[in-house]
Design a protein around this ligand. Structure first.
Ligand SMILES: Cc1cc2nc3c(=O)[nH]c(=O)nc-3n(C[C@H](O)[C@H](O)[C@H](O)COP(=O)(O)OP(=O)(O)OC[C@H]3O[C@@H](n4cnc5c(N)ncnc54)[C@H](O)[C@@H]3O)c2cc1C
Length: 425
């Protein structure tokens, strides 16, 4: 490879921007990011970032900027649909005590904006509105690069092409694993962000983190998502059957339209039977929401290929999973840090780097993917008895957990202190 290696990074989401930043600042690579959208993401919603991800974002130099925008409340409060609270726990407390990072809820636009600012400060070129029409994977020899072809006839050569282009990755489709693609998880989410100032008196001030309530149809979650608690995200995640029109963009379009237009009536109907102060707060939040997004959740089956030639997939392009472990962004950042470590020795052949990447990442990705799928089960449709059963089991778990000191022993939190920089390479 040449003295100063060049990376073309496809996709300017969290994975792409973090990759560019790390490979430029830590490995000295010449990086260029190509994004198909015409401008930085306008995708809505807010993501939660747990301790393992926050620690790496700190090493990336963006932690303070993220904390200045996002909300870092400590507690998880689970409310009963019959009124009252089933349990309150400092759900990342054990991890925070060990590594010094908690949980941050941040608007997706803010996350991308902070990463983009850092990337631009490093003078890394980010091209928007570019369409890739072909990729040549390139040989492994000295001076043999991969070639990326853009619409309009322009081409760029690079030592490495990194597919950070999400679940529908063009790098996967054109080179790495053309026959492999996403599958519908059976779950979908409706979500929105509302200003806090129009809500019931003191409702937002009383929130101390993430609030969840199970219903017969699925789970509703509420979390402030800005540092000043000025905005609150809510989301409702539940089982949704495939559209009658089929598992296609057009098929989903009809469902999406109906969900978006009818969300208020639907949610208020679901919440109708719920009692207590919290239920009133949720009804108020939903009632004051003007627009929701509806998102059928797709994921990649486990076991797909991650690299070919000089191309490697990172983040959702490699291992999109259900969002119910809240680890998608953190998994992407872990990918980035491992790749960066493996590239520290410029004499290490790329094939070996990618093979080692694969070997080290698989077990961790499989573990978190499985956890996310298991967490999704809590959103399944139940009848009234099913809901009663779920709440009772949760209640029981909270009591047993308290008696046995499960939180103090880190049960359910071990994966949050995983440090990819400590893994032997
Ligand atoms: C409803 C929902 C809730 C979620 N909640 C959480 C959460 O709380 N915590 C969490 O960590 N994760 C969450 N996730 C998952 C998280 O959003 C993803 O794991 C994360 O965004 C992955 O980042 P990425 O950069 O790999 O992919 P993406 O965010 O998908 O970014 C890919 C980028 O590539 C661009 N692109 C696509 N195709 C091309 C192309 N052909 N050429 C160039 N560019 C291209 C896209 O426009 C985009 O900018 C959630 C996901 C969903 C759907």
């Amino acid at each position: 490879m040449s003295e100063k290696r060049k990376a073309i990074i496809i996709g300017a989401g969290p994975a792409g921007l973090a990759t560019a930043l790390r490979l430029k600042t830590h490995n000295g690579l010449d990086c260029m990011v190509c994004e198909v959208r015409s401008e930085p993401t306008t995708l809505g919603g807010a993501v939660g970032i747990p301790p393992n991800g926050l620690r790496l974002l700190d090493r990336l130099g963006v932690y303070d900027a993220l904390c200045a925008r996002g909300y870092g409340g400590r507690l998880l409060t689970v409310h009963s649909a019959r009124g009252g609270v089933l349990g309150v726990k400092d759900w990342v407390g054990w991890a925070r005590e060990r590594i010094g990072y908690g949980y941050l809820r941040i608007k997706r636009v803010d996350l991308v904006d902070v990463l983009l600012e850092a990337v631009q400060k490093e003078g890394i070129e980010v091209r928007y509105g570019v369409k890739i029409v072909g990729i040549e994977e390139g040989g492994q020899g000295q001076g043999e690069g991969a070639v990326v072809r853009f619409e309009g006839g322009r081409e760029e050569k690079a030592d490495v092409v990194l597919g950070c282009d999400g679940i529908h990755s063009v790098v996967r489709r054109l080179v790495v694993d053309p026959g492999f693609g996403g599958e519908y998880s059976g779950f979908a989410g409706s979500f929105s962000i509302v200003p806090a100032d129009g809500l019931r008196d003191g409702a937002v001030n009383a929130m101390a983190g993430l609030h969840a309530m199970m219903t017969e149809e699925g789970m509703v979650m509420v979390n402030p998502c800005t540092a000043d608690k000025g905005e609150v995200m809510w989301g409702f995640s539940r089982e949704v059957s495939l559209p009658e029109g089929g598992d296609s963009r057009d098929g989903w379009e009809e469902t999406r339209k109906a969900e978006v237009e009818g969300f208020k009536d639907y949610m208020l109907k679901i919440l109708d039977g719920a009692r207590g102060e919290w239920a009133e707060t949720v009804k108020d939040i939903v009632g004051k929401t003007s627009v929701v997004k509806f998102h059928p959740i797709y994921r990649l089956p486990l076991g797909g290929r991650w690299h070919k030639g000089r191309c490697l997939l990172l983040g959702d392009a490699a291992h999109a999973m259900s969002p119910h472990a809240g680890q998608g962004v953190s998994m992407a950042i872990e990918d980035v840090f491992l790749l960066s470590r493996l590239l520290e020795d410029p004499s290490r052949p790329l094939l070996e780097v990618f093979a080692k990447f694969d070997e080290i990442r698989r077990p961790r990705v499989d573990e978190i993917y499985t956890l996310a799928a298991k967490n999704a089960d809590g959103r399944r449709k139940t009848g009234p008895w099913g809901l009663w059963m779920k709440e009772t089991v949760f209640d029981l778990y909270m009591s047993v957990s308290g008696v046995l000191g499960l939180d103090q022993r880190g049960v359910g939190q071990k994966h949050l202190i995983y440090d990819i920089d400590e893994v032997e390479i």
